[in-house]
Ligand binder design. Sequence first.
Ligand SMILES: Nc1ncnc2c1ncn2[C@@H]1O[C@H](COP(=O)(O)OP(=O)(O)OP(=O)(O)O)[C@@H](O)[C@H]1O
Length: 483
Amino acid sequence: MSVTDGEGTASQDGRIYDLQIYPRLSLETASCCTLQVSKDATAAAVIQDAAGALGLDGSSLRYALAEVKECGGEEWVLEANDLPVQRVLLWPRRAQDSHPQSEGFYFLLQERNHDGSIRYVHLPALRRERENRRLQARGFLPPRQEEFDDLCNLPDLTEANILANLRARFQKQKIYTYAGSILIAINPFKFLPIYNPKYVKMYENHQLGKLEPHIFAIADVAYYAMLRKRINQCIVISGESGSGKTQSTNFLIHCLTALSQKGFASGVERTILGAGPVLEAFGNAKTAHNNNSSRFGKFIQVNYLEGGAVRGAVVEKYLLEKSRLVSREKNERNYHVFYYLLVGASEEEREEFKLLQPEDYLYLKQQNFKIEDEEDLRHDFERLQQAMEMVGFLPPLRSRFSLRRDGTRGWTWGPPEVLATLSDLLKVKEELLVEALTKRKTVTVNDKLILPYSHSEVGANSQTATFAPQYHSGYLCSEIPQV
Ligand SMILES: Nc1ncnc2c1ncn2[C@@H]1O[C@H](COP(=O)(O)OP(=O)(O)OP(=O)(O)O)[C@@H](O)[C@H]1O
């Protein structure tokens, strides 16, 4: 079976993708169907074919297609003219091959009510939990004392008790615990089905602490406090590397946009989603603790209209780890984007941008350099290009950097052909480039001084050691989309 856009036009590149579709219906059906779909097939066409494959009758308007991604089954309901394959192209490579449902990355076929809203079948355990709480509050069930969902209620507040309480909850897959209005999250490193729209709905407009602790409760309180009090709200996320800050940020944005758009993916949400891979490529790197560690801080501002609908978002980066550009710890890597480009570029791109192999670049080959994931890098380069198009980049802007340093001439910039290549790629005159590379600007109270870099400022390496971080940082800063 091949799904097209309803008018029978074939995909431009002719490629066919497998979509794994799991029905979640009140009727008994096959547990999954796999459809072969072209890039330009719309959600409506996919629904029609999935319904056919599962032996369901009725029009496609009776069903909705939702995208489920990694880590806990966030569900995004697609609109009729959305393109499911476009979503798939943003998934990691392994997720595009056939894989078990427990690993996430699939589509759900759900029923709609007469008013178009989604009919949720199979009530989640959380609702039972809520019922139990109600009964406990009315004295029909004895209060549960073996663990506390708010650390402030611990009868004996010691470090050992806090850790024992967090451990007991974590063993029951309760990764969230309150400490008053602060939410503590413990990284489960596995898929937990607690982030789909049912949970957004369940936590909607509830006082903090009324339900089981959850990151959506924090998003919900911030959203409704903003609407009620008409003042900005701020959520701070902190933790050590690999603790789950980026993941938590994604869940928060998911909930904040879902609350304002009633669960439907909008253009804004799509752009925010698309911005993720772009930011990751330029600002994330493999470290000892996390294969995809963000090496910069992010300030994300989600802007709303007065009625509560999302209007856009601004992402500001700060404190990019610039030193990573020129040196890093053993077995760690430079920013993802260099490897994506050097491994994933086509022959024409290699020619055009005068690209060498990763091991030819001193900045990339330091410290036990080896690349064992070439295929993943190639896929991630494709994903980056797709994401860049989604957030509005033009093709020629994609690959402008190819820095190579010459360590043999102190801090003299060269060799000349590299300067010419850089000048050509950066579209900056050679003289200006040399000026930027060899001089710095110092602003004092009364004066603005332009001085050549001293030997000690440049250090033992070549001048690009100073220039590369500035350039990469500037690139990340200027190219971060303001949605
Ligand atoms: N709530 C969660 N559910 C499932 N997996 C999670 C969750 N939070 C984090 N993870 C897993 O932990 C990994 C590391 O998390 P994440 O990248 O968010 O950490 P981080 O704190 O942002 O790290 P860094 O500071 O190094 O950027 C994720 O790739 C994901 O696999």
